[in-house]
Ligand binder design. Structure first.
Ligand code: NAD
Ligand code: DAU
Length: 333
């Protein structure tokens, strides 16, 4: 099949494209706006593959979407603004991409009768003190990021209910692994630890996340694309829960540094305390997580250590200004 992968130049999308080309006979067209988080470098190893095509464009641009859809049999939508802190500082792009962009893609899918997979997040359910959310738990988002993602999920479901479009939604927990932009907790802490820079931990460091290795999420998305029931959502939770400070301590250890590098800084406004997903539905489709946190974090630290070609241009560019604005001090190294 020929797939349109929107947002395929980002972290999870590029990992999905790579595994899809390796494991299936598909042709893949990536449509990506190349925001700060979308980089052709993330797809460097598949650029020469004759089954791969890259189109530079935005999902909210109906003409760009129509052109990219030539010969396509299904759409997988990763395209999003994804950093919660940026959604608090500047929510505009989140509303545009998640609301308008998703709408344009759904209309294009409806006109052509295409299967449509929306990549979503555990954050749409909000925080949970104990236990885990199921797919029928109410949506209760806290940030402009998660609220606009929840809005997109509801719009997707409405296209199934109202127009009979073959839609599926995949809600993942916190991903980590190669090619993740270093504004997110794990790559930020790894690069700062390698450079012996300070590690900013929000609040008391006891917020809990459910860590999912990116290749495991990519595998779940493939499965739901092929076997998911139209109109349904599937939770994909990582196998291990950790507090942020546990994650940071493990990174420090793997980088040969100690906890004197940690700075406890002001908390994120509206900071969700704990996420947790029950993944029984996707497990019943045949999915399980292959990588536990202990092994995944070692692999991830090693990847960043060995691939400075990938992150050095980021750390020396506009990212430095973002970092100074966000953390109120200059980046070392
Ligand atoms: P990312 O920020 O690394 O990549 C997002 C990609 O989307 C980039 O390539 C960017 O250029 C592109 N993009 C943004 N706006 C666009 C637009 N209007 N048109 C076309 N392309 C656009 O994000 P990620 O971490 O890879 O997340 C991908 C998807 O997975 C998102 O929908 C996110 O909500 C979801 N998700 C992420 C996580 C996580 O932990 N990172 C967990 C669960 C779900
Ligand atoms: O849960 C899935 C979501 O995970 C995705 O939908 C989002 O796109 C993705 O960004 C991620 O959201 P989080 O807010 O959980 O991830 P982030 O890496 O920003 O933060 C993880 C935790 O670490 C969170 O509790 C905030 C904390 N944190 C983060 C940063 C960047 C810090 O303590 N210090 C930091 O500098």
């Amino acid at each position: 099949m020929r797939l349109l992968v929107c947002g395929g130049a980002g972290f999870i999308g590029s990992n999905f494209v790579r595994t899809r080309l390796r494991e299936r006979e598909d042709e893949v067209v990536v449509l990506d706006k190349l925001t700060y988080a979308g980089r052709r470098e993330n797809l460097r190893d598949v650029e020469e593959d004759p089954r791969f095509e890259f189109v530079h464009g935005a999902i909210e641009d109906a003409d760009a979407v129509a052109a990219a859809l030539e010969g396509v049999g299904a759409i997988v939508n990763f395209a999003a603004e994804t950093h919660v802190d940026r959604s608090i500082a500047e929510p505009d792009a989140f509303v545009r991409t998640h609301a308008l962009g998703t709408f344009v893609l759904l209309e294009a899918a409806r006109e052509r009768g295409l299967r449509y997979l929306q990549v979503s997040t555990d954050e749409v359910y909000g925080s949970i003190a104990e236990g885990s959310f199921s797919e029928s738990s109410p949506l209760n988002p806290s940030s402009p990021y998660s609220a606009t993602k929840a809005g997109a999920d509801l719009l997707v479901s409405s296209y199934h209910e109202t127009f009979g479009l073959e839609t599926v939604i995949c809600r993942g927990s916190n991903n980590y692994g190669p090619f993740q932009y270093p504004e997110k907790l794990i790559p930020l802490m790894v690069l700062n630890a390698l450079a012996a820079d300070r590690l900013p931990v929000y609040g008391d460091g006891l917020n809990v996340r459910n860590w999912l290795y990116v290749e495991d999420f990519a595998a779940a998305i493939s499965l739901v694309l092929e076997r998911g029931n139209p109109g349904e959502a599937y939770n994909v939770g990582g196998p291990d829960e950790c507090t942020n400070i546990e994650v940071v301590r493990r990174i420090l250890e793997l980088c040969g540094r100690d906890e004197t590098l940690v700075d406890y800084v002001a908390d994120r406004p509206g900071h969700d305390r704990r996420y947790s997903l029950g993944s029984a539905k996707v497990t019943a489709l045949g999915w399980s997580a292959a990588t536990h946190f202990e092994q995944g974090i070692e692999r991830t630290v090693a990847w960043y250590r060995d691939n400075s070609w990938w992150w050095q241009p980021i750390r020396s560019g506009a990212y430095r200004e973002y970092y100074e604005r966000q953390y109120g001090r200059a980046l070392e190294g």
